[in-house]
Design a protein around this ligand. Structure first.
Ligand code: PXP
Length: 239
């Protein structure tokens, strides 16, 4: 059964819009877990545009399912991750001017940096996932450098329509097969919604999906617990 990781960054986005203390992503994590979340995901960005250091510290103490921290491959973030020790760190590319994460991490082009990051995180006892595009060279590099998991970037699939979307789904399926053969856990995420999630959830080998914007958007109307429950039903329906 495919698991659901709920990204609660955008709860913090609303809070930061007023630089106040509500809504609290820590409350969001509790509601998401009541709705059936298997994992809580947050991205601590270098510019702290949404999630703050305090959030990650309190989530580490309060989340009872898996806690997945997304961060850039930079010394500051790796040190924070090793101090907080979430269950998993997902290494992502990060550019200050982007609205959201664009494209996967170039593991091939940053082999040395990623290798050092993996070693540091492994020593701290943290599982490592690499957010990558569905490409064989990136998957091979992830396996070779000792990552535990890959998260396949589904943004191109989410943005495509018709035949192009089918082609993008095939790339995800091939990548999932490749990753499984390389003994990597295969996750997927980015741009997934209530409308487009089912085909990805049904790809053999994909064990976990990370979804944020669509769930938090729906939660405005139906509440977060209901929004998560609805997505969990779609994600975990049998293949
Ligand atoms: N996975 C990763 C690595 C991400 O960076 C994001 C966005 O923060 C997501 C999944 C979730 O994307 P979305 O908010 O579009 O569901």
């Amino acid at each position: 059964m495919t698991k659901l990781g709920v990204n609660i960054d955008h709860v913090a986005t609303v809070r930061q819009a007023r630089q106040t203390n509500e809504p609290d992503p820590v409350w969001a994590a509790a509601m998401a877990q009541l709705g059936g979340a298997d994992c809580i995901t947050v991205h601590l960005r270098e510019d702290r545009r949404h999630i703050q250091d305090r959030d990650v510290h309190v989530l580490k103490q309060t989340v009872s399912c898996k806690l997945n921290l997304e961060c850039a491959v930079i010394p500051e973030m790796l040190d924070i991750a090793c101090q907080i020790r979430p269950n998993q760190v997902c290494l992502v590319p990060e550019r200050r001017e982007e609205v959201t994460t664009e494209g996967g991490l170039d593991v091939v082009g940053n082999e040395h940096k990623v290798k050092q990051a993996i070693e540091q995180l492994r020593t701290a006892g943290i599982r490592i996932s690499l957010f990558i595009d569905p490409r064989a060279d990136q998957i091979n590099a992830a396996a070779q450098l000792g990552a535990h998991a890959i998260e396949i970037h589904t943004g191109c699939y989410a943005n495509a329509c018709g035949e192009n979307q089918d082609k993008e789904l095939s790339k995800i399926a091939l990548a999932a097969e490749h990753g499984t053969k390389a003994e990597l856990e295969v996750h997927a995420g980015h741009g997934l919604t209530y409308d487009n999630v089912r085909p990805v959830a049904m790809v053999p080998g994909v064990s976990e999906l990370n979804i944020g914007h669509s769930i938090v958007s729906r939660s405005i109307f139906v509440g977060l617990e209901n929004a998560v429950r609805e997505m969990k039903r779609l994600v975990s329906a049998h293949r």
